[in-house]
Ligand binder design. Structure first.
Ligand SMILES: *Cc1c(COP(=O)(O)O)cnc(C)c1O
Length: 374
């Protein structure tokens, strides 16, 4: 039985009627950009997160950039970001005109290591962007403590963590603003690009909404130069149809993670840690293996797809070569990125599929330890 890393079609099959009806109504209403479907989803998502304001936009990367701009962060400013994350987190800082400064990650949780923040702060530092990577909240109290001490803004990157909780509080409500992505493969995914900014600050919300829509105040009345990054009606209606299912999908991911843990308990693999403060929503289920390339190839032979999120920490990418970093600058991320492996994870998986993955993974590990003694 071939098993995909993520199977978007399985989800569509389970809610096809609702999705098809949502798409049909947007088209008959010609509510393509913004409009009532976008407004309705913003309200529903704000209420899901428990945040006073939600502003839909084009994608999660834009959401980060618009949040930074709305908080007044730009040229001359430095923003602390984790060394190990998807490139958007750092890229948005650069496109907002500021400079990303990388901070190593905690090898237990894969999130920003709050103990290393103080050392990276200069008189130019204006903000911190913690990423709730793989669906696990970063240690927000520790990060907020540093931020308060230096009067820094905190923007949560929630692209992988819809509905995750930190000490019972939903991510997206813990900082000055937060960015969500609804990229199709995310825990709540559109059928194209989409994203949003959430915030509890009304002035930031107003500014973000203006920036995302050409600095518009009203028709032909522009307060500033913004950009075009709007949530389209089709994506909004699809997201509204999916949102009521998200709690059940999250619970399914959590059940699958528990099954993985049970079946891999004696495997010797490092399984995801979940600190007591966190509720993990398992956007990804990431383990650490030695001989990763051959294990991945062996699984692929059995039709089991795996992934690597991400093989190279950002400071070591060509895009950031200008900063001249070496592995010694980010020892934790540099070490574990060679061993991380993402196992298949999506709500519609069955127990049987998980047990197939675990069986093949154990067999592949045994093959490796026999073939290549280490
Ligand atoms: C997906 C993702 C983003 C960007 O979202 P897009 O909608 O693809 O622009 C930002 N940060 C992280 C951590 C992500 O995983």
């Amino acid at each position: 039985m071939p098993i995909k890393l993520v199977d978007l079609n399985a989800q569509y099959r389970s809610i096809r009627k609702e999705i098809d009806a949502a798409i049909a109504s947007v088209i008959s209403d010609s509510a393509f950009i913004g409009g009532k479907y976008a407004a309705a989803f913003e309200e529903q998502f704000a209420s899901y997160v428990g945040a006073p304001h939600c502003i839909g936009c084009g994608n999660g990367t834009d959401a980060l950039e618009i949040a930074l701009a709305a908080l007044g962060i730009g040229p001359g400013d430095e923003v602390l970001v984790p060394a190990h994350t998807w490139i958007s987190t750092a890229e948005a800082v650069t496109t907002a005109g500021a400079t990303p400064v990388f901070v190593d990650t905690d090898p237990e949780t894969y999130t920003m290591d709050a103990r290393l923040l103080e050392d990276k702060i200069t008189h130019r530092t204006k903000a911190i962007i913690p990423v709730h990577l793989y669906g696990l909240p970063a240690d927000m109290d520790a990060i907020q403590g540093v931020a308060r001490g230096h009067n820094l803004r905190v923007i949560e990157d929630c692209a992988q963590a819809h509905g995750a909780k930190y000490m019972g509080r939903t991510v997206g409500t813990l900082g000055d603003a937060a960015a969500f992505s609804f990229y199709p493969g995310k825990n709540l995914g559109a059928y194209g690009d989409a994203g949003c900014i959430v915030t509890g600050d009304e002035a930031v919300a107003k500014k973000a909404r203006m920036i995302a829509n050409h600095g518009r105040l009203g028709k032909h009345d522009h307060a500033l130069e913004g950009r075009n990054s709007r949530l389209d009606g089709l994506q909004a209606a699809i997201l509204s149809a999916k949102l009521p299912h998200l709690p059940a999908w999250t619970a399914a991911r959590q059940r699958h993670a528990a099954t993985y843990r049970e079946l891999l308990a004696d495997s010797g693999l490092r399984l995801p840690s979940v600190p007591a403060f966190a509720t993990h929503v398992y956007h990804l289920f990431v383990v650490q293996v030695s001989h990763r390339a051959s294990i991945q190839a062996e699984l692929q032979k059995q039709g089991i797809e795996t992934g690597i999120h991400y093989p190279v920490a950002l400071p070591f990418l060509q895009a950031y070569r200008r900063m001249g970093h070496t592995k010694a600058d980010f020892p934790a991320a540099a070490a574990y990125t060679g061993r991380i492996l993402s196992l298949p994870m999506y709500p519609e998986m069955t127990e049987e599929m998980i047990s197939t993955v675990c069986g093949s993974l154990q067999a592949a590990i045994e093959l490796e330890t026999v073939a290549v003694p280490s």
